[in-house]
Design a protein around this ligand. Structure first.
Ligand SMILES: [Zn+2]
Ligand SMILES: [Zn+2]
Length: 138
């Protein structure tokens, strides 16, 4: 009984061989990964300066997407927000970061996104920071 529990704990700590879903095309909205069989959705994110709204070169840091530079090249601000792109284009692709997200057990993750009105010169809808809550099992 106790041994089983220890064994279970032990296996939970073994790092899983995470599939990188390399064969999933970055240009598709989503498809099944031929390596692991899970449904993979491509999500593109860019960071924007909170102060002036310009696009910032974005990099992936662990699970997060952050600006590559500490300060905005346009205004010197250090605050940023994350924008999820509904589609990648050739302008944004130079700034954006691709996250290949596996849909767990065929169930699409429930996420809430809020849109924010942009009252700048060009009327573009912007996404508020995107929160993706990881649900831990057990
Ligand atoms: Zn895979
Ligand atoms: Zn700025």
């Amino acid at each position: 009984m106790l041994n089983n529990l220890l064994l279970e704990l032990f296996y939970n700590f073994i790092p899983q061989n995470e599939c990188k879903h390399d064969k999933v095309s970055p240009m598709s909205d989503g498809e099944y990964c031929p390596d692991c069989g899970r449904y993979i959705v491509n999500e593109w994110y860019i960071t924007r300066c909170k102060c002036c709204g310009v696009r910032l070169q974005s990099v992936k840091k662990g699970e997060d997407v952050i600006p590559a530079e500490k300060f905005c090249h346009n205004c010197g601000g250090s605050d940023f927000y994350l924008e999820k792109l509904s589609k990648i284009d050739f302008v944004n692709i130079n700034y954006a970061v691709l996250i290949k997200r596996a849909m767990e057990d065929g169930a699409f993750s429930r996420t809430t996104q809020c849109w924010q009105d942009f009252d700048g010169e060009n009327q573009v809808l912007k996404l508020l920071p995107f929160f993706d809550k990881k649900v831990s099992r057990g």
